[in-house]
Write a protein that binds this ligand. Structure first.
Ligand SMILES: Cc1cc2nc3c(=O)[nH]c(=O)nc-3n(C[C@H](O)[C@H](O)[C@H](O)COP(=O)(O)O)c2cc1C
Length: 135
């Protein structure tokens, strides 16, 4: 199995409608091919992890890469894994906003807590620091 982590930038302000559409389609497609993962939105940035068979992750990533709603996609990590970290979600989601405020900070802490891979944890905490603090 493979785990892939990337960051990208939205072309326009990310509205709730856009997020709802991405999550609806992602959850349907990912469930069908056994892809699991997590999507975090902070400001105009997306941080997403995809886990699954090499083929399913590659095909999903290919499709996402062609999506005109974002650009400047940068792969941060590509790892061969034996166990999933986000196995309970066809696509988990956490909104940005002010991660230093109680509710958001607690939600992020809960998401990051089960990540035992230090590199992955580092990217998540870094993303929160850069893109999810008070404007
Ligand atoms: C940030 C972002 C994350 C996405 N994540 C996924 C995903 O995990 N799985 C997926 O199938 N599509 C995802 N999409 C949507 C794809 O780009 C594409 O629109 C969709 O897979 C097309 O599916 P359809 O052919 O079934 O309509 C994502 C799009 C964006 C902008």
């Amino acid at each position: 199995m493979q785990r892939l982590l990337y960051i990208s930038t939205a072309r326009a302000i990310i509205t709730q409608d856009v997020i709802d559409d991405i999550l609806r389609v992602s959850r349907r497609n990912n469930a069908a091919v056994g892809v699991t993962g997590l999507l975090i939105v902070g400001g105009k940035r997306f941080l997403q992890v995809l886990e699954g068979t090499d083929l399913a992750v590659a095909q999903t990533f290919d499709r996402i890469q062609r999506d005109p709603r974002h650009f400047a996609m940068v792969s941060l990590a590509r790892q061969t894994i034996t166990e999933r970290t986000f196995g309970s979600w066809s696509m988990g989601y956490q909104a940005g906003g002010n991660a230093t405020s109680g509710e958001s900070a607690a939600a992020m802490a809960a998401l990051i807590a089960p990540i035992d891979d230090p590199m992955l944890r580092g990217y998540f905490t870094g993303f929160v620091d850069l893109h999810m603090k008070a404007a």
